[in-house]
Design a protein around this ligand. Structure first.
Ligand SMILES: Nc1nc2c(ncn2[C@@H]2O[C@H](COP(=O)(O)OP(=O)(O)OP(=O)(O)O)[C@@H](O)[C@H]2O)c(=O)[nH]1
Ligand SMILES: [Mg+2]
Length: 719
């Protein structure tokens, strides 16, 4: 294949809700650029982009697919992204390594939640957006309604470039107000249009829309504006230049039409992409980790960023990269800035989904792939001479669906952990946690399908059968009132004896509370004289404050660390449910020593038992993690979602009205959230999205506490 220069390369992400038709469009693009002789179909499981068995099984994309199209002497690199929110990691990665975003809208459903999410990400990253209304052959497709909906958000920035003449079944014709022509296709096979003049009965409408387009195109360029005022019109090339500027500054959002399945409108869209959208070096440069701009320039030192690893049947790992700067030649030796190792990139390819074509050189801005690297992981940067770039510009959202995982054969545990870690490197929206506290291996993910894909991969590629089960909840224990406890540890049968006695007071700790002075238990007063205070920041959150107020040397200061150690053992395994305890102040005020038999072990045991006795008297309570949950939901689903959350012991904190959906904010116990994403999806027909972040620990209601204590007792006796 020909080597392309930076100024001939454009990078485009295909985004939009699950089912919009991105993978179907990919077939048509590959066909139009001559790489496919026959277009496949999702239903026939023979598309170039969804070529993994897991994708064919589910009927939707799970991984992003990198492919290219040579068109009008330009190289268009595309990434077909999965639309489902579960695979947002792949969509975000694609957005970060491309310049233009083509957002597909499903003609049947209009502006869907997944599409809105993608649009939000594109906005955050300041990427140009082109809307592509697909499925115009569907009876439910309503062009005017989609335009109206988009106008609510984009106002006059939305510039429809085409409108249909016969939407619905048999759709094959539209007017294009940039070329001012009528396009007609073969309704079954699409392909190339018959291009004709606009019929008289459409001329007024087309001219009016053309006018709006010219004004929008002129608005972002003074010279064009002047010419427009002087002559009242612009050439098509001038309009293209104006639109390109408008795209880059996100002040023009053009709308195009296709029927991806019938390959209608795809040639025209590709023409627009090849002629108008920005080249790889026409967008703002990306910064490296030091904040220095790295221009997309083939003459600069070479830096290559690896953004994706594919596991290809028969080949193994295929690693996809973007040349951030410089020129990469087959056989180049580069240094991995993240791992310090040297790598020779013997073979360079460009990708067409499951297939690859060999190239000898790739210039700045281009996207390629390679195989057989020694030690390169997704997210690594490889540099040539004279530069030391590293990139970590992709920001991934936090997890929202967690399950515990275990291999069916315990002996596979280590292998399973290594395999998941490897996958998490490829898709950082997977997070593996080996929780010592819960004695479980947890996988945090984006949703049920995301996890199913993990299981599919472990079982099919790594041959490790696994099962998921409910995660334990990281409860905490604390106390609600002051209590006193004492314990004497004494052992004097044979050999050296053991003796230690500890008297202590415990009470709930709150930030900034005054130093202790006097306490009363059972009518007796205890005056406290603080000698030393130690604040322990607990690894699991909260504090333990340990005060020595021993008078008259009843316990030597040298035994204090042993007493604290005993108390910490209790804090690590609280008496109610075995969970971590937090926020307790302990005052050791008295005790006894034996001149010969006292040692550290004895005081550790005495401290532990005295603390445990006091804890049980101190109104102990279980705390549970509460999460802030934000749900974006279409207005008609709000009532259902609200009552669902209330059924989960959720506290509704507020509601906000957005343009396309409402946002519901609530505080919900983690315990109740385990199947929320599935429930939300079925309540709203998949039209809602949500995020959750840890908020705080709060007391559990009494009935729940009793249940938890009983469950723990049952578990202990089982053990
Ligand atoms: N009627 C009609 N159906 C279409 C068209 N394009 C795609 N479809 C159908 O819509 C369904 C989803 O298409 P895909 O191409 O898998 O959609 P996608 O955007 O890749 O979906 P995800 O990979 O899940 O994000 C399939 O059944 C397609 O056959 C179209 O132009 N017209
Ligand atoms: Mg797809």
């Amino acid at each position: 294949m020909k080597n392309y220069t930076t100024k001939e390369i454009k990078n485009i992400a295909l985004l939009g809700n699950d089912g919009a038709g991105k993978t179907t469009l990919t077939e048509s693009i590959l066909f139009e650029s001559g790489q496919l002789q026959r277009r496949g179909r999702i239903s026939l499981k023979n598309t170039a982009s969804d070529y993994f068995p897991v994708e064919q099984e589910y009927g939707y994309s799970v991984f992003s697919t990198v492919f290219h199209a040579e068109y009008n002497n330009k190289k268009l690199n595309f990434i077909d992204c999965p639309g489902a929110d579960d695979f947002v990691g792949a969509a975000l990665t694609a957005l970060n390594v491309t310049d233009t975003t083509v957002v597909l809208l499903n003609g049947q459903y209009g502006l869907e939640v997944g599409t809105l999410n993608h649009l939000r990400y594109a906005e955050e990253l300041n990427k140009p957006v082109i809307f592509l209304l697909n499925q115009l052959d569907d009876e439910k497709c309503d062009y005017d309604a989609v335009v109206e909906k988009l106008r609510e958000t984009y106002g006059s920035k939305l510039i429809p470039i085409q409108y249909p003449l016969n939407q619905g079944e048999g759709f094959n014709s539209f007017i294009d107000v940039l070329t001012m022509k009528k396009y007609t296709y073969n309704a079954k096979e699409g392909g190339h249009a018959t291009i004709e003049d606009i019929p008289a009965d459409q001329l007024d409408k087309a001219t009016e829309m053309n006018r709006a387009l010219i004004e929008a195109a002129a608005e972002h360029d003074e010279a064009l504006m002047e010419k427009f005022f002087d002559q009242g019109e612009l050439t098509q090339d001038e309009m293209r230049e104006g639109i390109r500027k408008g795209l880059v500054t996100r002040s023009i959002f053009p709308l195009f039409l296709v029927c991806a399945r019938q390959n209608i409108g795809v040639d025209r869209m590709m023409e627009f992409l090849s002629n108008v959208v920005p080249f790889a070096n026409e967008m703002p440069a990306v910064c490296n980790n030091e904040g220095k701009e790295v221009p997309t320039d083939a003459s600069q030192p070479t830096s290559v960023f690896f953004f994706k690893t594919g596991m290809e049947p028969h080949i193994g790992e295929v690693q996809y990269f973007k040349v951030m700067s410089g020129t990469l030649k087959a056989g180049d030796e580069l240094v991995n800035a993240d791992r310090g190792s040297k790598e020779r990139l013997a073979q360079l390819y460009v990708s067409s989904g499951a297939n690859r074509q060999s190239v000898t050189e790739l210039q700045a801005g281009d996207i390629g792939c390679t195989v057989k690297l020694k030690d390169v992981h997704t997210g690594n940067t490889l540099n040539g001479k004279d530069c030391d770039n590293r990139f970590s510009f992709i920001k991934f959202p936090p997890a929202k669906y967690t399950r515990a995982i275990r291999p069916v054969n315990v002996s596979d545990t280590e292998k399973m952990v290594a395999a998941i870690n490897r996958m998490a490197e490829e898709d950082p929206t997977w997070v593996l946690e080996q929780s010592k506290e819960l004695r479980q291996i947890l996988v945090h993910s984006q949703g049920e399908f995301h996890l199913r894909t993990l299981k599919w991969r472990l079982e099919n590629l790594d041959k490790i059968p696994v099962e998921f089960y409910e995660q334990r909840i990281p409860y905490r224990e604390t106390i609600t009132k002051a209590a006193i406890g004492e314990y004497r540890h004494k052992k004097q049968s044979g050999g050296a004896g053991q003796f230690g006695e500890v008297h202590l007071i415990i009470e709930p700790y709150t930030e900034g509370m005054p130093a202790p002075t006097v306490y009363k238990f059972n009518g007796q007063e205890y005056r406290i004289n603080v000698k030393a205070t130690q604040e322990v920041d607990l690894e699991w959150g909260g504090k333990l404050v340990f005060i020595n107020s021993i008078v008259g040397g009843s316990i030597d200061a040298r035994f204090m660390p042993a007493i604290l150690k005993g108390i910490m053992q209790c804090m690590e395994r609280g008496p109610l449910t075995g969970s971590y305890a937090r926020d307790v102040r302990v005052i050791v005020f008295d005790g006894k020593m034996h001149p010969v038999d006292s040692n550290e072990m004895a005081f550790m045991l005495a401290g532990r038992n005295a603390f445990s006795l006091a804890f049980k008297q101190a109104g102990p309570k279980i705390l549970e993690p509460i999460y802030d949950v934000n749900v974006n939901v279409p207005a008609d689903g709000m009532g259902d979602v609200m009552s669902d959350l209330q059924g989960r012991r959720g506290m509704i904190m507020g509601m906000e009205s957005g343009k396309n959906f409402e946002t519901l904010k609530a505080k919900v116990p983690l315990k109740e959230l385990s199947n929320f994403s599935t429930a939300l999806s079925s309540l709203t027909g998949g039209r809602a999205g949500f995020s959750m972040t840890f908020s705080s620990y709060e007391l559990v209601p009494t009935d729940v506490q009793e249940k938890l204590i009983k469950e723990h007792e049952a578990e202990e006796t089982e053990d």
